[in-house]
Design a protein. Sequence first.
Length: 315
Amino acid sequence: MKRHEKYERLLERCKSLAPTPTAIAHPCDAASLNGALAAAEVGLLAPILVGPRKKIEAAAVQSGTDISRYELFDSPDSLAAAEDSVKLIREGKAEMLMKGSLHTDELMSAVVARDSGLRSARRISHCFIMDVPALEQAIIITDAAVNILPTLEDKVHIVQNAIDLAHTLGKPQPKVAILSAMETVNPKVPSTIEAGALCKMAERGQITGGILDGPLALDNAINLNAAKIKKIESPVAGQADILVAPDLEAGNMLAKSLSFLADADAAGIVLGARAPIILTSRADSAIARLASCAVAVLVAKARRDSPAAIMGQAA
């Protein structure tokens, strides 16, 4: 398969859509500013640059870009930029939020603020949409960036957010592997017990829209031959669309292992809030940054088309 073909398909789906108004929180270095403007150039975003005017203008000069045609909302510092970006979404002036050069915890503090943030009835969680060259389809990994030690209740939201995202990306009945170190329920390994509980909750309609199985080890979640060798009979084993990590450390190491050992790219999005949130890293490739924006654009469109059925409704 051609490298990045999966991401290029995402970008192609967005070509017919109008640019989505997006608050760019504190784009005060060349990398974050260029990432947002590159997405604007291909028609994904209509950026609103939020942060100290002088710093944003200096970043534009440094990167040789013209920002005169973009709206600029002058905020005194990074914390104010995060708060003002969230406010633009609450006021309906932006539909998406994108991280600039501020720290992730600064942005997320504004997002989760109880009275002024973007909280919803859902737990906020992160999904990587991984373009792994060895796999035919993109694969979702969750949660590798937000929830450190998620409880069983948290995992219900994490799984449902990922399933809803898969629907948005064109998978009407995604196959969800609940990962652990083994494929049997072991009372000494809490993640295996939670995996079994999540599967039973799906059977009872507490999690909807996907096919769950677990616990599954990584090999038999993504490799049919490994599943056959272990005699695992499952509609998910060997063909998972979504990999649910037991905790943030495991998910983060899995995603970064694929990126740095398997030549994969990782687009990322935060879900469960009242607007999709684009989190990019300085280590991301240009195509991964664009893919993150494209995923957010498709989520924003899904929210517009079916607001009552989409993730992250207001509490």
